[in-house]
Design a protein around this ligand. Structure first.
Ligand code: FAD
Ligand code: NAD
Length: 328
């Protein structure tokens, strides 16, 4: 029997592994607890258009990722974003232009993972709760009590705190995943009927509840009927205010934004808050991916490298490479 490979998670790490395995002629099946793909690169459809609430843009530094991003650009999945960049420190806003190439999904961040998924077999709204191995094959159990399988191998491509339980069959991998601390991020979107009177389109922020702000319509292909802004709180503020009601988060971050942006900020006509519980690993690692090749269990995700889109993609490639090497 030729059993397929199961991949849990359709963020960019899981899809990177899926594409590499599919290209090598392997059958795969993907699972995600959400209704769609993308994970932290997902975009939220709203009355104010599509909003990138998670990853804002990404950079490409590793040669392999640079090459793949060029292919994505040629297919129209990504476009360059050239915001008018600022930096805010101690409440002082200053222009901070640089030469860095920054990429965004086109026309929304989720376009990338949507295109990567293509026609690959996937089960959405399916939260995997257990991964277990019989004599030869793996099976998965979901939160509804359904079992899936048999599979020849399993790749767990979820954030580390969610991966550790799914890696229980390989205690060493489970322990490594359990040791990773991931910090939360509160994200708030504000929409204004008239454009704010500022040149800021992206801003790195220090010494504030905020960490980052972006003017969504400045990204290529976005809805422009409202002047929408995405604000990210710092890890420290997000952890301190983890259980604050959404209305209070919106009020406080709107206040911090109004103080910082240096122009009149009217009451927004659209607001939205989203809490990312496992937004970013507290530190980078050099693991590539985790593997128990004899068992056939693997883990990948941004937490295995840098907590960035590029790190997640590279980690998925590494998991697939290790699995394919062991097949030979
Ligand atoms: P994820 O995208 O988290 O994918 C994991 C998937 O697994 C999810 O779809 C989830 O639903 C699924 N899943 C979890 N548990 C289960 C389960 N039990 N069963 C089934 N499915 C499950 N990076 C940058 O490079 N630039 C940025 O500007 C940037 N900004 C960011 C801002 C925020 C607010 C956040 C949250 C992240 C940001 N990042 C940024 C980081 C970037 O988004 C991540 O590094 C990257 O998207 C992680 O991809 P991943 O595939 O490892 O994990
Ligand atoms: P990058 O090179 O644009 O930014 C890296 C860091 O360098 C920034 O965080 C900022 O501190 C600094 N920086 C870069 N350009 C600057 C400028 N013109 N002026 C002032 N400071 C500047 O991109 P990257 O290395 O791909 O990093 C990805 C970004 O994603 C980072 O900003 C990171 O904070 C963010 N991120 C956020 C989360 C979250 O949960 N909020 C999670 C993962 C990554």
């Amino acid at each position: 029997m030729n059993a397929p490979i199961a991949i849990i998670g359709t963020g960019i790490a899981g899809l990177s592994a899926a594409q590499a395995l599919h290209a090598a002629g392997q059958d795969i099946e993907l699972f995600d607890k959400s209704r769609g793909s993308g994970g932290r690169m997902a975009s939220k459809r709203s009355d104010a258009g599509s909003l990138d609430l998670g990853a804002q843009y990404f950079t490409a530094r590793d040669r392999r990722f640079v090459e793949v991003v060029q292919q994505w650009q040629a297919r129209g999945w990504v476009a360059e974003w050239q915001p008018s960049l600022y930096n805010a420190q101690d409440g002082q806003l200053s222009a901070s232009p640089d030469e860095q190439l920054r990429w965004v999904g086109s026309p929304r961040m989720s376009a990338i993972t949507r295109a990567m998924l293509g026609a690959l077999p996937v089960k959405f709204s399916c939260r995997i709760t257990e991964v277990f191995r019989g004599d030869r094959y793996w099976s998965l159990l979901d939160a509804e009590g359904n079992s899936h399988g048999p599979y020849s191998h399993v790749i767990v491509a979820t954030p580390a705190p969610q991966a550790s339980a799914l890696l229980a069959a390989a205690p060493k991998l489970a322990g490594t995943a359990a040791s990773v601390i991931m910090d939360p991020t509160w994200a708030v979107a504000l929409g204004f009927d008239s454009p704010l009177d500022t040149r800021v389109e992206g801003c790195f922020v220090q010494d504030s509840p905020l960490d980052w702000l972006a003017r969504n319509p400045s990204k290529p292909g976005r809805d422009t009927h409202l002047d929408t802004w995405v604000l990210h709180a710092s890890s420290v503020w997000s952890r301190q205010n983890l259980d604050l009601p959404k209305e209070a988060v919106i009020e406080q971050l709107h206040g911090a934004f109004a103080e910082l942006i240096g122009c009149a900020v009217p009451p927004p006509s659209f607001t939205l808050a989203h809490r990312w519980l496992y937004a970013r690993p507290a530190q980078a690692h050099q693991w590539g991916a985790l593997a128990d090749a004899d068992l056939g269990l693997y883990a990948c995700g941004d937490w295995c490298l840098s907590g960035r889109v590029e790190g997640a993609w590279l980690s998925g490639q590494d998991a697939a490479r290790r699995l394919l090497e062991h097949l030979q």
